[in-house]
Write a protein that binds this ligand. Structure first.
Ligand code: GRF
Length: 239
């Protein structure tokens, strides 16, 4: 059975696009709904272009109860199983987090717990990485809880910081890895969720957490020109 995924996005939606493309020919999951807090988000255009229902649910200046109710209604109407945040800059309402425990993932463009938290998104993250003089960065996929960027880490992938990097070149290198890492992570969770068949999803997730490949997390750290697709899929036990 195909797991139904909702993607929440505030911006351009390149990760959303990677998810749409990835699940086009994989029956394990499908993108069933896209939600944005921004009426003009590129992500909503991408959803519509792919024939996926797209909802604008405003957050700013609205009571949290109203946002929660609208969001839960939309998820229920679309019979959503799992949620993937992809550049969604709002806090997920606590009731929703509870209702979808172990069923919401986020991708962050740095190696958490460093360079995360409220206000740390977009260009700011990469600026902070460069300011700190880090030589390694990379995306983190984690479960979502009631706080920004603090849920349990599912996977990370190292990306080198090069001498002449600017925030823009670094963001681009990390993003290209995100586009491989995130679909693999969502595919992994969809598989775990399907196998749990409504039983204890938390236990199934604990059991299935991806192990570091060859017992090392940071391997294959070269110039990182191309994302290591086979390595990433191996990490999740896919293929
Ligand atoms: C990505 O860098 C992601 O890690 C972060 O927000 C950005 C979204 O980019 N959470 P896009 O809208 O998917 O292109």
């Amino acid at each position: 059975m195909s797991e139904r995924i909702a993607v929440f996005a505030s911006g351009g939606g390149t990760n959303l696009q990677a998810l749409i493309d990835h699940f086009q020919d994989r029956p394990v999951a499908e993108i069933a709904l896209v939600i944005s807090d921004q009426a003009d988000a590129g992500a909503l255009d991408r959803a519509r272009a792919a024939g996926i229902p797209a909802h604008h649910i405003p957050v700013r200046t609205r009571p949290i109860a109203a946002v929660t109710a609208d969001t839960l209604d939309a998820l229920e109407a679309a019979r959503v199983d799992l949620v993937a945040l992809a550049g969604y800059v709002r806090l997920v309402p606590p009731d929703l987090v509870r209702r979808f425990s172990h069923r919401i993932l986020n991708i962050h463009p740095a190696l958490l717990p460093a360079f995360g938290g409220k206000g740390m998104y977009g260009r700011r993250v990469h600026e902070a990485v460069l300011d700190a003089g880090c030589r390694i960065t990379g995306p983190t996929v984690h479960f979502v809880d009631e706080r920004y960027d603090e849920g349990r880490i599912v996977a990370q992938w190292p990306v080198p910081v090069l001498d002449d990097d600017t925030p823009a070149t670094l963001a681009d290198r990390v993003l290209r890895v995100e586009h491989v890492l995130y679909p693999a992570a969502v595919e992994w969770l969809a598989g775990v969720f399907a196998a749990a068949e409504g039983d204890d999803v938390a236990a199934a997730v604990r059991e299935a957490m991806p192990l570091p490949v060859d017992d090392r997390v940071c391997f294959c750290l070269n110039e990182g020109v191309e994302p290591d697709r086979p390595g990433i899929r191996r990490m999740f036990g896919l293929d």
